[in-house]
Design a protein around this ligand. Structure first.
Ligand SMILES: Cc1cc2nc3c(=O)[nH]c(=O)nc-3n(C[C@H](O)[C@H](O)[C@H](O)COP(=O)(O)OP(=O)(O)OC[C@H]3O[C@@H](n4cnc5c(N)ncnc54)[C@H](O)[C@@H]3O)c2cc1C
Length: 405
């Protein structure tokens, strides 16, 4: 939507083909329906949150920065607010306001929206000639391919664009999910299914001493493993399941260091000294976690609390501070917030987003081999690349003296 109006602003006559009834179906889901539209940060900071494609995106992000995104939507009548982690949302907390603003902008710039499924891109020699679609062939002097990734396919991102680009000689790097739930010790996790842990700290490792990622927040246990904001964010740092063995350590009591936690446990142990071990953790841990922690502690559940040794107690404290889960694999790409991989960056001009293989073909958004962590950066990639591709495609049309894009 932004690419089409950016091209139209340069004087091109633009037709936007969308297979869904409504525009921006995925956009409406973003940020749990609130749309984390960007991150209020500098370009350098945004690039730091884009593990794949950051260098390639330097120009596009400078051309349409996070702050430009904010100014753009505010100018379109969507007041914004900034929350924790500099995440930016519409004041209305309604993603539909973002879609509506883009739709109004398209209307203002005379973009024509047609409900129609694209089937392929036609080319002659090394230049595009049009788009074949369910309603026939649309001839044009430039095509912007912005079909998204291949997750949440019910929103329309079924991966068609990858096939269109491949058919024209482009390389599509391996596709997998990022910001995706993680499969980890399913038998253990299924016993805690549905449990959301709040205010915990999670650190992810690949075998090295330094964590790949650590953050405080919310974690959800599912029947297969972990999800929720911390699980999804951790997955974005696990990029090589073929070669590396990943695990996470969960600090269930980040507000207490080991010494303070030990004193707290001691207090409970004194209070419940004649109970069985299995009956003394209710004030410290969630009900669903207790059997799992007891099992991992190696302390027999029917031990009387007064008989638990200092070593056993310290082992319990360490377990609560660093509950380890080995990660088996990510869930399928369909369940991911973003698709990692896509059109190879070496085949795209980073300034114009034009294909280096087929002239007049441009790429924008998630279809490109670039993805980011959570925080509004993935949409920022979409906005920046759309703006650059739209302007370049519009200029090409103008130069050619043609009108259609
Ligand atoms: C649940 C969820 C929440 C998210 N929340 C956030 C968030 O808060 N902040 C953030 O930064 N990112 C978020 N993301 C990621 C973000 O939504 C995507 O990265 C972004 O939408 C990508 O934009 P895009 O235009 O490239 O692709 P899409 O938004 O997927 O749009 C592609 C469009 O192309 C259409 N299309 C595909 N093939 C064809 C065809 N053959 N013919 C015609 N039309 C076709 C599709 O129908 C679709 O409408 C979220 C993603 C999900 C799934």
């Amino acid at each position: 939507m932004l690419a089409s109006s950016s091209a139209a602003e340069r004087g091109a006559r633009v037709l936007l083909l969308e297979q869904n009834d409504r525009l921006g179906k995925k956009l409406r889901l973003t940020g749990k329906g609130r749309c984390n539209v960007t991150n209020d940060c500098t370009v350098a900071e945004a690039l730091g949150s884009i593990p794949t494609g950051g260098r390639f995106l330097h120009g596009a992000l400078n051309g349409f920065s996070p702050r430009d995104t904010m100014a753009f939507f505010e100018a379109l009548g969507v007041p914004l607010k900034t929350e924790r982690g500099s995440r930016v949302f519409p004041v209305s907390d309604d993603a539909r306001d973002i879609v509506e603003a883009l739709r109004r902008h398209m209307e203002k710039t005379d973009v024509i929206h047609k409900r129609c499924k694209a089937l392929g891109i036609t080319a002659e020699g090394d230049g595009v000639t049009g788009v074949s679609a369910t309603e026939g062939v649309f001839e044009c002097g430039a095509v912007i391919l912005a079909t998204g990734g291949m997750s949440y396919s019910a929103t329309g991102s079924t991966g068609d664009g990858y096939a269109f680009a491949r058919a024209l000689g482009h390389t599509v790097t391996p596709l997998r999910g990022s910001l995706v739930p993680l499969v980890t010790e399913p038998e253990l996790c299924s016993r805690m299914q549905g449990l959301t842990l709040k205010n915990i700290r999670l650190a992810a490792f690949d075998g090295g001493k330094r964590p790949l990622f650590q953050e405080s927040g919310e974690l959800l246990f599912t029947h297969f493993g972990i999800s929720g904001p911390l699980g999804l964010s951790a997955s974005a740092h696990m990029r090589d399941f073929g070669a590396k063995r990943y695990y996470v350590l969960i600090d269930l009591k980040p507000g207490l260091d080991e010494k303070k936690l030990d004193l707290r446990v001691l207090r409970d142990f004194e209070k419940f000294s004649n109970r069985d071990f299995s009956n003394c953790l209710g004030q410290l841990l969630n009900r669903l976690m207790i059997p799992v922690i007891i099992e991992k502690s190696g302390i027999p559940p029917d031990s009387k609390v007064h008989s638990i040794t200092r070593e056993q107690r310290l082992r319990l404290v360490s377990l609560i501070k660093a509950f380890r889960l080995d990660i088996e694999r990510p869930r399928p790409v369909e369940e991911a917030i973003v698709t990692s991989g896509g059109i190879a960056l070496g085949e795209i001009n980073p300034k114009t987003l034009e294909s280096k293989i087929v002239s007049g073909l441009y790429f924008a958004g998630e279809i490109i081999d670039a993805d980011a962590y959570t925080g509004g950066y993935n949409l920022q990639i979409a906005w920046s690349t759309a703006y650059a591709a739209g302007r370049a495609a519009g200029s090409r049309i103008q130069k050619q003296g043609e009108t259609d894009c």
